[in-house]
Design a protein. Structure first.
Length: 722
């Protein structure tokens, strides 16, 4: 009898484990090599695979992890052969594991089930998805990507029992793994009388389903990582087939490393098969190993070499390291120190907490940049996309609710509904940068409320009810109503967002394009230096390159989780009570509620900011100075946005009325083309109006280009009529 050959042929037959003569490169000799590897490979005094098989059997996990590096060290030539022809050697490997387990567990009375071999490959063996071609077919490969959809578990037959309808003859057929099926015999070959096959007619066989053997299977759709996506190219996708213990582990949004066989199949359900050639096949990957990106998990399991750890710890102990790191955030952008400070906190994040009752408190920080055009908001978003270990960039105008959260789509061949994760699911464990946040439709913006606070996305569509993880920080950029921030209007008249979404942002920055001659000169000089490829004075010292920043952030997020000290706790409590009282008084004076509410979320925001500041220097405790830094940053962002147009001691409507009166009076007193001293104008009005009111009126007229500052703002020139 000829032995079936290959991974897809089911059971292997051979003469025995210890025949008298073993031919070189025969199936028996190859299986014996695998047996010797499992039995003899050890690290120091530990026999690795003996212990693994015993431990997994006791836990009823009938699989064994095999590292390709171990096989390389044991027999490099044999390992290379496995990489070249994995479909032929894997069934022999699994057969060897089965026999070795039976020999190892001789004292166990229960039957030893078949073990699955799960392969692990080093990162250096990784191949980019867009580099896969016909030369890789039937070879062992390792790729990295993001799971964008996953089917439900289905059962795949490994052996099919068939019966002849005429003579009741039973037969067992092996089924190929992957997407390849089984072809039933056209004629019956039974010979009950011994005089030759019986004539049972054409196609006499039927399948006896309850006597077939099955394994679990699942199909994933993998998209290449944005880190390796060339600008302007569409991301590539590939289908991955998993079975047995590899199934039901990956969900949309997870970054995975797949080790498997690059194979092809014929899609018989394709509507375009008439246009395809006879030899044309669709590629897919038959997975033999599945690993998750540990940086995304944030569970402290990311791998760093000893040298890298020493370098990172040495960096954290440098004097003024926080300022050095902060100055390396978007060094080509002039100034904006508070925004760079906040982005540093966003990249590191606070400490995620799981309470005793199962409630989870997020550690990710959300930031909103709201301001005039031309203030480098989008540049900050692009820089964060580069430096964050996991990042997704999207624009609000071109994003729908389904595109941001998750979509339910119907699968082509099976016509079943399946989930495809959106941008916030793909950014799980990192940062999502949303530009043009104000251009989103209100119903689309509401869809991310749950993701911003609970960090989950609930789906209840087409009979699919599930919850996806969205543990991501949000960095959003938006313009005020009518494009520019109007100082004459209250914050709620400039901000076109509801309090429900504003309260979910930990820090809100109002970015104004103010007209200041000295500052404009500094900005112009800085921009010219950037265009001339020269280092700007403030970014030339102590700058950290992006690769080191990304590695340092990954280390801090996975290895450091600061806890709050009693001193810091007391400071945080006192400050929260104080700002709540201030907000209450402000609401009473204005006879209404402020546009940015001060709630318990703001206290949690300051806690997260304090933890992230401590995390930058790998500090295990949040001390008083970290809280002071966080309070100052919160004052310069959210609290500053609350009072951005208020004049102390005056109701907003009264201040606005007085500003309009002063504007008309200034235009009446100064003729077009005339000059006047700024201080003299303020003194002339000081009997009737506060100096702040007069100064605000002059600033507004200068913005409208009715007046123009001269001589370092000491003189004003009337240049327009309106």
């Amino acid at each position: 009898m000829t032995a079936p050959v290959g991974w897809d042929k089911g059971q292997t037959y051979h003469a025995g484990l210890h025949p008298t003569r073993i031919e070189k490169d025969s199936r028996t000799s190859l299986e014996l090599k695998f047996l010797n590897f499992l039995d003899q490979y050890r690290v120091e005094e530990l026999f690795v695979y003996r212990e693994k098989i015993k431990r997994n059997f006791e836990a009823r996990n009938y699989y064994v992890d095999v590292h390709i590096e171990h096989l390389d060290l044991y027999d490099r030539q044999f390992s290379d052969r496995l990489k070249e022809t994995p479909a032929d050697l894997l069934p022999l490997f699994e057969s060897a594991v089965q026999k070795f387990a039976r020999k190892l567990l001789q004292d166990v009375e229960a039957e030893i089930p078949s073990f699955q071999v799960v392969l692990r490959a080093p990162q250096k063996a990784n191949i980019l998805m867009r580099e896969l071609n016909a030369n890789h077919i039937s070879k062992l490969i390792r790729i990295t990507g993001i799971v964008i959809s996953a089917t439900n578990l289905t059962s795949k037959a490994t052996h099919v029992q068939i019966m002849c309808k005429t003579c009741r003859h039973f037969k067992m057929l092996p089924v190929a793994s992957g997407f390849t099926g089984v072809q039933l015999p056209r004629t019956c070959d039974s010979d009950p009388s011994g005089v030759g096959p019986k004539d049972c007619g054409l196609d006499p066989f039927v399948i006896i389903h309850d006597r077939c053997t099955y394994v679990d299977q699942q199909v994933l759709k993998i998209q290449e990582s944005p880190d390796f996506l060339p600008v302007g190219d569409l991301p590539r996708h590939i289908t991955v087939y998993l079975d047995r213990y590899l199934t039901d582990k990956a969900v949309p949004g997870r970054r995975v490393n797949i080790v498997g066989i690059y194979d092809v199949f014929n899609n018989n359900n394709s509507n375009k098969k008439k246009n395809q050639g006879i030899g044309t096949r669709i590629p897919y990957i038959r997975a033999l190993g599945l690993e998750f990106d540990m940086v995304q998990d944030g569970q402290g399991t990311a791998t760093f070499t000893h040298t890298e750890e020493e370098e990172i710890i040495a960096m954290s102990r440098r004097p003024n390291f926080y300022k050095t790191f902060m100055s390396s955030i978007a060094p080509s952008i002039y100034g904006n120190h508070d925004i760079k400070d906040a982005i540093t906190c966003l990249l590191f994040g606070g400490s995620k907490k799981i309470l005793a009752d199962g409630m989870k408190l997020r550690g990710d920080i959300n930031i909103l940049l709201l301001g005039d055009p031309g203030t480098a908001k989008s540049q900050f978003l692009k820089f964060v996309q580069q430096v964050a270990p996991v990042a997704v960039y999207t624009s609000g105008k071109g994003s729908s609710a389904a595109g941001l959260t998750a979509a339910v789509v119907r699968d082509g061949p099976s016509r079943e509904f399946r989930l495809e994760g959106g941008a916030m699911v793909l950014a799980d464990g990192g940062v999502i940068c949303i530009d043009e946040f104000d251009k989103m439709r209100e119903e689309d913006r509401v869809a991310i409320h749950e993701a911003m606070e609970q960090q989950t996305i609930s789906i209840a569509k087409a009979g699919i009810t599930t919850i996806l993880n969205s543990r991501t920080s949000i960095l959003a950029a938006a313009n005020p109503i009518k494009g520019r921030y109007d100082d004459t209007k209250a914050p709620n008249e400039n901000i076109d967002f509801k309090a429900t979404i504003l309260s979910r942002f930990d820090m809100i920055f109002i970015v104004k394009d103010g007209h200041d001659e000295m500052r404009d000169k500094d900005i112009a000089r800085h921009v010219m230096m950037v265009h001339m490829n020269r280092a700007a004075p403030e970014s030339s010292a102590g700058e950290i390159d992006i690769a080191k920043m990304k590695k340092y952030i990954s280390y801090a997020r996975t290895r450091c989780a600061p806890r709050i000290s009693p001193e810091a706790s007391e400071k945080l409590s006192n400050y929260f009570v104080k700002i709540r009282a201030e907000a209450s008084r402000a609401d009473q004076n204005k006879h209404g509620h402020s546009s940015i509410p001060i709630t318990i979320r703001q206290l949690e925001a300051i806690v997260r900011i304090s933890e992230s500041i401590a995390k930058v220097t790998l500090s295990p405790r949040v001390a008083g100075q970290h809280v002071d830094h966080a309070i100052r940053l919160f004052k310069n962002s959210t609290m500053s946005a609350l009072s951005s147009t208020d004049i102390p001691g005056m109701h907003h409507s009264e201040a606005r009325r007085q500003i309009e009166i002063v504007e008309e009076e200034i235009k009446r007193r100064i003729a077009i083309g005339s000059r006047a001293s700024t201080q003299r104008i303020i003194k002339e009005f000081e009997r009737q109006f506060k100096p702040e009111v007069v100064q605000r009126a002059i600033d507004i007229l200068a913005r409208r280009e009715v007046l123009q500052y001269r001589n370092q703002r000491k003189v004003i020139l009337r240049i327009g009529a309106n």
